[in-house]
Design a protein. Structure first.
Length: 408
C-alpha cells in the first residue's frame, strides 16, 4: 500500500462521510495502492451500517473501528493507527476529494520518493457543497502558488505553508515520521493543542529534514460552516477567533522554536486572516460584542501582534473604537440617503485598482489573485459535475436524504 486515506468521524456525519467515500471511490487509480481507514468517535447515526454496506460494493479496502465513547483527539490518532500504507492522507469526514486527486498525489509520491509529505491546494464550498465560496486567501498560500515546489530547507515549509496546516484535509505525510512525532511529544502534549492537535503533528513532520512538496492543483474541497469548534462556541465569531488564534500561535511557536523570522511571518498571516480591520469590524458589529469584549480584543491583539508593523496603522485605531459606536455608525450609514443615478464604472475600476495596489504594498496580498481566480474557474465546473453525479447516485441508493441538487 502506498497511501492510506485516514478519516476520523463522529456523530452526525453519516451523510457527509458517504459523500467523501463516493468522491474517493470514483477516482481513477491503480488498485491495490490505496486503503481507507475510518475511526468513529462513538457515532450513533448509522455510520457503522453505512460503512459496512459501502465496503461490500467497493474494491478499495476499508478498515473501520468505532469507539464506544468519545475519545477526543485520540480518534484521529487511531485513524492513522489503522493504516498500513507508507503515506497517510488525513481527511475530515465532512470534506471531499476533487476528481483526479488520488492519481495526482500518487504520481507525486512516486516522483518525489524521499519527501516527508506534501500539501495540496483546496477549494472552499458551502456546507451543502452546492455553492463555491472560492479558494484560500493568497496570503495563506506560498509564493508562486500555482507552481509546484519542494521546500527542502528545514523551516521553509512552516514559513510558507504554516497557515495551511490549520486545515486538516490538505496534507499527506509519511506514516513513520508521524509516528515518531507522536511518540516524541506524547498524547498529553498533543491534546493540549485543542483544535489544532492534528496540525501540530503534521507541522512537526513538515518541519523536518525530509523535504515537503507543494501541489498547486485544487485536489480537496472544504465544507465551510460545519466546524465543530464554531458549534461549541455557539457560532460567536469573536470567541472562535480568539480561541483558534491562541491555539495556532501555541503550536506555531512550538514548531518554529527559536526561528523568530518564521514565527513572525506566521503571526503576520494570522493577523491578516483573523484580525484585519474588516474582521475587527465584523466582530464589533455583532450585537453580542460588549465593552468587555472590546477590552479583551485590544489587550489580546496588542500583546500578540505588537511586532507586526502592519498592525499599528490598520487595526489599532479600530480597536480603540467601542463596539456600540461601531454599531451606531453602521446603523446610520444603512439609513443614510443615497445619491440618485448610477456610479461611474471607471471610478469603481480605479478604486478597485488603488485598493488592490495598497493591499499589495501593505503585504496583505501578493498580487496573485487574478491568476488564482483563473485556475479556480478551470476547476469549478468539474467540481460541480463530479459532486452532482455522486449526489444523484447516493440518492438513488437511498443512502442520503433527498434534497436539492448542485447547481452552477
Amino acid at each position: 500500500m502506498k497511501l492510506a486515506i485516514c478519516i476520523p468521524t463522529h456523530n452526525g456525519r453519516k451523510s457527509q462521510l458517504r459523500e467523501l467515500l463516493d468522491s474517493i471511490a470514483q477516482q481513477q487509480f491503480e488498485k491495490g495502492r490505496v486503503e481507507i481507514c475510518i475511526s468513529d468517535n462513538a457515532s450513533t447515526d448509522g455510520s457503522a451500517e453505512m460503512v459496512t454496506a459501502y465496503a461490500k460494493r467497493t474494491d478499495v479496502p476499508i478498515h473501520y473501528f468505532r469507539f464506544s465513547k468519545d475519545m477526543g483527539v485520540r480518534n484521529f490518532i487511531n485513524a492513522i493507527g489503522l493504516a498500513k500504507a507508507e503515506y497517510c492522507w488525513l481527511m475530515g469526514s465532512d470534506d471531499a476529494m476533487m476528481p483526479g486527486s488520488l492519481q495526482a498525489v500518487l504520481m507525486a509520491l512516486d516522483e518525489y520518493e524521499n519527501i516527508g509529505g506534501c500539501t495540496v491546494n483546496k477549494l472552499n464550498f458551502d456546507v451543502t457543497l452546492s455553492k463555491l465560496a472560492g479558494p484560500d486567501h493568497e496570503i495563506v498560500l506560498p509564493e508562486n502558488p500555482l507552481q509546484p515546489q519542494v521546500f527542502g530547507k528545514k523551516g521553509d515549509a512552516i514559513s510558507e505553508l504554516g497557515m495551511t496546516f490549520l486545515f486538516m484535509s490538505a496534507h499527506v505525510f509519511r506514516r513513520d515520521l508521524w509516528n515518531e512525532a507522536f511518540l516524541r511529544n506524547g498524547i498529553d502534549k498533543i491534546s493540549s493543542m485543542n483544535y489544532f492537535a492534528h496540525s501540530f503533528l503534521v507541522a512537526q513532520v513538515a518541519a523536518g529534514q525530509a523535504g515537503w512538496l507543494w501541489i498547486p492543483d485544487f485536489l480537496v474541497v472544504q465544507r465551510l460552516g460545519n466546524s465543530s469548534a464554531r458549534e461549541e462556541l455557539r457560532k460567536r465569531e469573536l470567541a472562535y477567533a480568539l480561541q483558534s488564534t491562541n491555539d495556532a500561535m501555541a503550536f506555531f511557536l512550538e514548531v518554529a522554536g527559536q526561528d523568530i523570522p518564521s514565527y513572525r511571518e506566521l503571526l503576520r498571516k494570522l493577523y491578516v486572516i483573523y484580525w484585519n480591520p474588516l474582521q475587527l469590524l465584523r466582530y464589533k458589529l455583532q450585537q453580542s460584542c460588549s465593552f468587555a469584549d472590546d477590552i479583551k480584543m485590544l489587550g489580546y491583539c496588542s500583546r500578540s501582534f505588537w511586532r507586526i508593523r502592519l498592525f499599528w496603522p490598520t487595526a489599532l485605531p479600530l480597536l480603540l473604537m467601542p463596539s456600540y459606536l461601531a454599531r451606531l455608525v453602521g446603523a446610520l450609514q444603512a439609513w443614510a440617503p443615497r445619491p440618485p443615478g448610477k456610479s461611474n464604472p471607471a471610478r469603481q475600476e480605479w478604486g478597485a485598482y488603488v485598493t488592490a495596489r495598497t493591499l499589495i504594498f501593505l503585504g496583505v496580498e501578493r498580487g496573485a489573485k487574478q491568476e488564482i481566480g483563473r485556475a479556480v474557474q478551470d476547476s469549478r465546473a468539474t467540481a460541480y459535475r463530479f459532486f452532482e453525479t455522486n449526489r444523484r447516485r447516493a440518492i438513488e441508493e437511498e443512502s442520503l436524504p433527498h434534497g436539492s441538487t448542485l447547481t452552477e
